[in-house]
Design a protein around this ligand. Structure first.
Ligand SMILES: *Cc1c(COP(=O)(O)O)cnc(C)c1O
Length: 361
């Protein structure tokens, strides 16, 4: 077998090796049933136990209060861009969105189909190199909620602290869920596509305060009402069984690592190793302003596009893959979610230092 490489891909992204090995076995023969995991009925005792355990572990790890539902949905994180306003904004109602990147912008576009959308802050003019501080925007009095993207996967920015407001918060945490401790009670809804920090593509986790389930307009299609899925424990129709299973395995792994608080410390240390190189030279230029730096995605440039191409190609020859930046900003990006091994970061940092010596600007 080919040796495993360090995969800096932004998503789908690196998963814990032991989870992949276990999944490989279970896909063929799940718990000695003689049936593969992806062949088994979603209503079987075995699979119901898998889904229940995944939810239980997520609740425990994130300290989710009892008045919140956990849903396992399909349609990707992108479907939440319309499901949220469709369920929570009736005609003429207002919501506030912070425009901190591509994913925020897409959510704003969809939300405008359902209500009046106020965007009091945008960092677009500065190619989304920062997130706002509290004094840079105000939330309208008559706003139903404040929507923000906690980690901007493409630009490598992250809210170091969450917005302070009387309004309920709604957040797209697709690329930093479970990477740090959060106080769920400040949120009306949190969602995350699994394929960055949680598992494989195919399932989107939605954590929703239960009183919000009653707000949905009556003429909303059944499959698009949160209540439909909440009432049936995410089994109204066939759920994405394999993705739920794999998320469950990642959650068990996370518990073994010491949970979210331990992860947060590890993530900070891992990211600092790379930022220290960026800060020690003018050769590597971080995209994000320091106060807005992400611990999950580190976007940076080299002196020229040619050097960037060479950097990415040479890195791949020594097993450092997926370092190409998003097409919208170019350059390089290291995505280092929970499951990304520290050894890969040490290797990248050594490579960065050597590359600078070998390829002067
Ligand atoms: C990747 C990503 C999305 C889109 O996820 P899909 O599951 O592909 O729809 C949305 N928001 C953020 C922050 C992301 O990183």
């Amino acid at each position: 077998m080919t040796e495993r490489v360090f995969n800096f891909s932004p998503g789908p992204a690196t998963l814990p090796y032991e989870v992949l090995v276990q999944a490989g076995k279970d896909v063929v023969n799940f718990q000695e049933t003689g049936i593969g995991l992806i062949e088994i009925s979603h209503r079987s005792r075995e699979f119901m136990a898998v889904a229940e355990e995944a939810e239980k572990n997520l609740r425990e790890l994130m300290e989710i209060p009892d008045n919140y539902k956990v849903l396992f949905l399909q349609g990707g994180a992108s479907s939440q861009f319309f499901m949220i306003p469709m369920n929570l904004l009736g005609n003429g109602k207002k919501a506030t969105y912070l425009n901190t990147g591509t994913w925020a912008k897409k959510a704003i576009k969809e939300a405008k189909l359902f209500g009046e959308i106020d965007v009091p802050y945008s960092s677009e003019e500065n190619s989304f190199n920062r997130v706002p501080t509290q004094d840079e925007y105000t939330v309208a009095e008559d706003s139903e909620y404040l929507y923000f993207v906690s980690n901007n996967t493409i630009y490598g920015t992250q809210f170091p602290e969450f917005p302070e407001t009387e309004k309920m918060l709604i957040s797209d945490m697709s690329s930093d869920i479970l990477s740090r401790k959060i106080d769920i009670s400040r949120f009306g809804l949190i969602f995350a596509g699994a394929q960055k920090n949680l598992g494989p593509a195919g399932v989107t986790i939605v954590i929703i305060r239960d009183d919000l389930l009653e707000r949905t307009p009556q003429n909303t299609p059944t499959m698009l009402k949160y209540k439909t899925h909440a009432d049936k424990g995410s089994m109204f129709n066939t759920p994405p069984c394999f993705a739920i299973y794999a998320v469950g395995e990642v959650l068990k792994w996370l518990k073994k690592q010491g949970g979210v608080a331990a992860m947060e410390e590890i993530n900070r240390e891992k990211a600092t190793l790379i930022y220290d190189v960026i800060d020690s030279t003018d050769y590597y230029i971080g995209h994000a302003e320091k106060e807005s730096r992400s611990l999950m995605n580190i976007s940076f440039n080299l002196p020229t596009a040619e050097l960037e191409a060479k950097f990415i190609a040479e890195a791949a020859t020594i097993g450092l893959n997926g370092l190409k930046g998003h097409r919208s900003i170019g350059g390089c990006r290291a995505s280092i979610y929970n499951a990304f091994p520290r050894d890969g970061i040490v290797k990248l940092v050594e490579f960065m230092k050597q590359f600078e010596l070998d390829n002067p600007a």
